[in-house]
Design a protein. Sequence first.
Length: 74
Amino acid sequence: MSSEKLFITPRKYRGDTSVISSRLPNDMIREIDAIALHTGRNRNEVVLKCLSFALERYEKMPNDFATGGDDHEK
């Protein structure tokens, strides 16, 4: 018998869910798919983990620094 162990972490969000739609650049989708393949998760799980990571670390910028632009392109 193999000594390998399977660890399944609990999902952070439980209960009701909603479907959203978002346009992403093709190269970003390829990166997400590569991560999904590497980690054994599906695309939705990778996106959810990335969004959770960002939301937990989000800090509102002071008003005098806010530009209203997309800083993911910087």
